[in-house]
Design a protein around this ligand. Structure first.
Ligand SMILES: [Zn+2]
Length: 362
């Protein structure tokens, strides 16, 4: 860095700090981690309510998650609304509600990740789901059909702003390589051409990497290791970064869903303790899930009686029906700009909260 650039960077950072703006934003997205899931997870892990780190963050809001035309959202609209500030239809990825799923494009909506790229920040996306699934796709791509995974992933290599997402870590390797080959894209060659190190495991990621695509063939990897790797790479950029981390907390498999909610919470705690003070950390769910604590008592493991299904076959303490639900979800935040997270908000408000935190008013 030249001396004048160094002085300029220092001045920009100092004025950002003076205005209380965030240099970095980390959005932790618990997929389907609604309030009932968080409550059951706290009781499951701590034998006590309200013990999650998420439940102790200083600023909270209750967020409506509905789609443009339906009260209960899928992950496609759910995340598109959060990252673009506009609701769309279920099944549609970061395009306007004029899109018709699988048939007709809507208007392309610029995402918070793309705004960050446009302004020269570094960007990252992590998920233990397939990284072409709706939540991750909504950050870096635009599609009238969440199922078009080949075309969705190909957009990593044709960014509309900046040089595109810098760190992409997640599951679905074989499926993604097959789907992209079908649309004529060789991921390994395209990654090399665009300056990415291309890996199949977290272990391969090295300190010298600046751009990484790690596609894994497993959903079971260490979230905290992935987040550490991403932050180490992204924070090399003095201008700051945007990182979206999705962790699956669907509870159709109850124990697995709760374990993952706990792993997400532990990782948010660890991250909050280690990042610089100019980092806004947000937890949100894209939608809630039909899970209810219906019985149980202290000192009795909450899952000891199994899971109660809606058909009433078992008499467990936790009743699970296998679907998304439409009630508000928790948003929790700390760091610069977190004070805007309060009251009842819409999923689209979260986009404006993040833009305002960066000082980009939109
Ligand atoms: Zn979801």
């Amino acid at each position: 860095m030249t001396r004048s650039l160094f002085v300029f960077t220092v001045l920009v950072l100092a004025s950002q700090a003076a205005r209380g703006e965030a240099r970095n934003i980390i959005l932790f997205l618990g997929d389907a981690a609604g309030i009932p899931t968080l409550h059951v997870a706290s009781v499951y892990r701590y034998d006590h309510p309200n013990k999650l780190f998420i439940q102790q963050m200083p600023y909270i809001a209750l967020m409506d998650t509905s789609a443009a035309d339906e009260w209960v959202t899928d992950s496609a609209n759910g995340m598109s609304a959060i990252v673009t500030g506009q609701k769309t239809k279920n099944g549609v990825i970061s395009q306007s509600a004029s899109a018709v799923r699988g048939k007709q494009d809507g208007e392309i909506l610029q995402t918070i990740l793309e705004y960050a790229e446009q302004r020269g920040l570094s960007t990252g996306v992590i998920s233990n789901m397939n990284v072409t699934d709706a939540t991750t796709a909504a950050c870096y791509s635009h599609s009238n059909d969440r199922g078009a995974s080949g075309k969705i992933f190909a957009q990593v290599f044709t960014p509309r702003f900046g040089d595109g997402v810098d760190v992409l870590i997640g599951a679905g390797r074989d499926a993604i390589l097959t789907a992209t080959a079908k649309v004529g894209v060789n991921v390994e060659a395209a990654a090399r051409e665009k300056g990415y190190a291309f890996y199949s495991s977290l272990d391969a990621i090295s300190d010298s990497d600046t751009r990484v695509i790690a596609l894994l063939n497993t959903h079971d990897f260490s979230l905290s290791e992935a987040v550490d790797d991403a932050i180490r790479i992204l924070s090399k950029n003095e201008k700051g970064y945007f990182l979206m981390t999705e962790w699956d907390a669907h509870t159709d498999n109850l124990k697995r869903g709760l374990d993952q909610a706990i792993e997400l919470d532990d990782t948010i705690r660890k991250t909050a303790e280690s990042v610089s003070g100019d980092t806004l950390i947000i937890f949100a769910a894209d939608h809630s899930f039909d899970i209810r604590l219906v019985d149980g008592k202290k000192d009795e493991p909450i899952l000891s009686k199994g899971t109660q299904r809606a058909n009433g076959q078992s008499r467990g303490n936790v009743r699970v029906d296998d679907g998304h639900t439409g009630e508000q979800v928790l948003v929790a935040a700390q760091g610069p700009g977190a004070e805007r997270v309060h009251g009842f908000i819409a999923n689209t408000d979260l986009f404006h909260i993040m833009m305002a935190a960066y000082g980009w008013g939109k």
